[in-house]
Design a protein around this ligand. Structure first.
Ligand code: GAL
Length: 324
């Protein structure tokens, strides 16, 4: 049975049309009508262009390789597939079922290189390392450089945070201890300073800096199964961090999504923060969808409203729900 989302995708595809909105949870056709493959991903802005990187999980790929896709957009609604930015064979003899997840790309203006971080693991998730690949072009090809445990800590899910002053950070889940935030070195090829350890067992970590306060969100450790994502706040990345609170009614399990990033859009009239999450379909990963929604944020509170279609005006920063 085709779900409504896939039906909409099919209809749009046949009509050769594109959707002028963001439809949380529905199939998201790129400008060629093909469902976007950028799972566990992240978005960066270079000049006027947004790039969305993520796990490429399309059917029919070489199963021994792992792929990171790259899409570009001028409005965050219409995305053009620029190909797979990274295509990698098992770099460390990790064996079948090796894992490359949650890729995040940083642009280093000093070296003028794009540096991709990803979670590298074996099939039992025991390696717990980050891998790095580098490119001179945002769309790749990225060349594999190395892997390590950030500041010697275990690292599974990773998240990306770039502060308003341009400083780049990695958020990573260190299973025995919690959720760490560390600063990238000058050339982004390593981590040079641990900012803090939040002693909460959270993954899918993401941070946003909004009106003088840092907001961190994450999910509980339930694998592909959705759980109630939570947030904490702090005046400085070093903490102290508040306790974690729900971002949505807990019984909704974050509307089936798991956090991957928060994207801040500073417009002429409004600053909008977008919650970006994945709605995983573990048995049909290629059909996993995305939950992107503007959140209600400010004065220490963060709330993810019930998902509904919306549209964004990048210039003003304003968003609108679409009412039929
Ligand atoms: C989730 C994690 C995903 C993936 C999955 C595997 O907890 O966020 O990125 O690693 O587990 O079960």
């Amino acid at each position: 049975m085709l779900s409504i989302g896939w039906l909409v995708l099919l209809v749009n595809y046949t009509k050769g049309q594109h959707v002028n909105s963001i439809n949380p949870g529905a199939a998201w056709p790129d400008v060629n009508g093909v469902h976007i493959q950028a799972h566990g991903g992240g978005v960066i802005k270079i000049g006027k262009v947004y790039y969305w990187y993520g796990e490429q999980r399309a059917l029919g790929l070489d199963k021994s390789q792992r792929y990171v896709s790259c899409y570009s957009s001028n409005d965050l609604m219409h995305w053009k597939f620029s190909g797979n930015a990274l295509q990698l064979s098992d770099p460390e003899n990790l064996g079948p079922g090796w894992v490359l997840e949650r890729p995040k790309v940083y642009y280093n203006s000093k070296t003028q290189k794009y540096v991709m971080y990803f979670h590298l693991d074996n099939s039992s998730y025991k390696l717990a390392r980050v891998g790095i690949a580098v490119s001179e072009d945002p769309a790749g090809p990225f060349t594999y450089a190395k892997n390590f445990r950030p500041l010697d800590h275990e690292s599974r899910d990773i998240g990306q945070f770039i502060d308003d002053d341009g400083t780049a950070y990695l958020v990573f889940e260190d299973r025995p201890f919690g959720f760490r935030i560390a600063r990238l070195s000058d050339d982004y090829m390593s981590l040079d300073k641990e900012m803090c350890l939040i002693k909460a067992h959270m993954e899918g970590g993401a941070i946003v800096h909004f009106n003088g306060l840092y907001y961190a969100i994450g999910s509980a450790l339930t694998g592909w199964k959705a759980n109630p994502n939570k947030y904490a706040t702090a005046k400085s990345l070093e903490g102290p961090w508040s306790d974690f609170k729900d971002i949505a009614p807990p019984e909704k399990n974050t509307y089936g999504a798991q956090s991957t990033m928060m994207l801040k859009i500073v417009g002429t009239k409004q600053t909008t923060v977008i919650y970006m999450g994945d709605i995983w379909k573990p048995n049909t990963q290629w059909a996993s969808t995305y939950l992107w929604m503007p959140i209600e944020i400010g004065e220490g509170k963060l709330w993810l409203p019930e998902p509904k279609p919306w549209t964004l005006d990048l210039k003003s920063g304003k968003y609108e729900y679409i009412t039929k």
